[in-house]
Write a protein that binds this ligand. Structure first.
Ligand code: RI2
Length: 349
């Protein structure tokens, strides 16, 4: 079954700034090392970095030696800023941090004593992590229902939500075959391939530039997300929009698996999704850079796929068309202040 699309303008700005180090003076060494792991991509994946950041806040709270509420809150705010600044694109990370900090702020305003504030961080952190893991399970369940026996699926990068959907489909006895792009420059496609191999799902690793070549064999594209904007555009690993474009041409469905904490609240008031640009040395080795000083290398880590190239977004709350992203955001976050001020997050993600 095929459909029609109209391309729209992309919503991105590019970032080369790495501001997080300016917040690190107050960080505990364990949290500093956790932030380093996120920044260097030792810990990666939008869901995982959100959970890791929340763990960073929990460690900060449990090891804090603050003797006053003010000192404790300042310490938590510094940790939040440092963690949020480790990677700028995946909105799961600031949403996770704000989930905890919003509850801390509410507890502080109601006069909760120091020990209670500490407990609030630990409790809300545990709650976020629990909800995040549950969300992936629900996405696996909902997503697997949209996979048909015999489907050939193209995926890009490594998304734990995507792998969860495919594993659940296989568990239900559906036979699927997967083409996994290798995903330069970090080769996360190899992680996808090995996870699927472990699960007994037939998988073929292809170079990124072969996506269009193999698209004619595909029934569906299934990808993860780092951020979903209010207009339904999906920010995901660089190359995703090319895969979606090839799917559009071949009239292949594009499904996105994304927890609702990957929906970008500030995009409701027109904020652009910042696209992380990573070091050139991830693309070519240093000796090439040194011997070719006239060659410029660019390494944007994400791109934006407009909603017209996406058929469905599978969330833990159900499956929605991308155009309904604004409704999810309104339900989760309410309306945000148009500028400045702290985000006022609702009770849910
Ligand atoms: P899950 C990853 O980013 C990929 O872009 C992937 O699609 C997305 O996070 C979602 O991953 P990176 O950290 O949360 O590899 O579904 O840059 O695992």
């Amino acid at each position: 079954m095929k459909k029609h699309w109209k391309p729209t303008s992309l919503i991105s700005s590019l970032s080369t700034s790495r501001p997080w180090r300016s917040y690190t003076e107050m960080l505990r060494p364990e949290v500093q090392s956790l932030a380093d792991d996120i920044s260097s991509m030792k810990t990666r994946g939008a869901g995982r970095i959100a959970r890791a950041s929340v763990r960073g806040l929990m460690i900060t709270a449990s090891k804090s030696v603050a003797t006053s509420r003010g000192e404790f809150i300042a310490e938590m705010e510094a940790a939040s800023k440092a963690l949020i600044a480790t990677r700028p694109t995946a909105v799961s990370l600031p949403n996770g941090v704000r989930f905890v900090m919003h509850r801390l702020s509410k507890a502080a305003s109601s006069g909760t004593p120091l020990q209670g504030l500490r407990e609030s961080v630990i409790k809300s952190g545990e709650e976020f992590i629990q909800r995040s893991l549950e969300a992936v399970k629900k996405i696996a369940d909902y997503g697997a229902r949209r996979i048909e026996d015999g489907d050939v699926i193209v995926t890009h990068c490594h998304s734990s939500a995507v792998v969860a959907v495919l594993k659940e489909a296989a568990r239900q006895g559906k036979s699927v075959k997967v083409y996994s792009t290798e995903t330069r420059p970090w080769y996360q496609g190899r992680i996808t391939a090995s996870r699927l191999e472990e699960a007994g799902i037939p998988v073929t690793l292809i170079v990124d530039s072969a996506a269009r070549y193999f698209m004619k064999k595909a029934d569906k594209v299934l990808i993860g997300a780092d951020a979903v904007a209010a207009n339904g555009a999906v920010v995901n690993k660089i190359g995703t929009s090319q895969v979606a474009l090839a799917a559009h041409e071949a009239r292949v469905y594009v499904f996105v698996a994304a927890e609702t904490y990957k929906f970008h609240p500030e995009s409701m008031v027109g904020k652009l999704v910042e696209i992380e640009e990573r070091p050139a040395a991830e693309v070519v080795d240093k000796s090439f850079l040194d011997s070719h000083p006239g060659v410029k290398v660019r390494n944007p880590s994400f791109d934006v796929t407009p909603s017209e190239y996406i058929d469905l977004i599978i969330t833990e709350r159900g499956i929605i068309p991308p155009q309904a992203a604004i409704l999810v955001l309104r339900e989760e976050f309410g309306w945000l202040p148009s500028e400045g001020g702290a985000l006022s997050l609702g009770e849910e993600f």
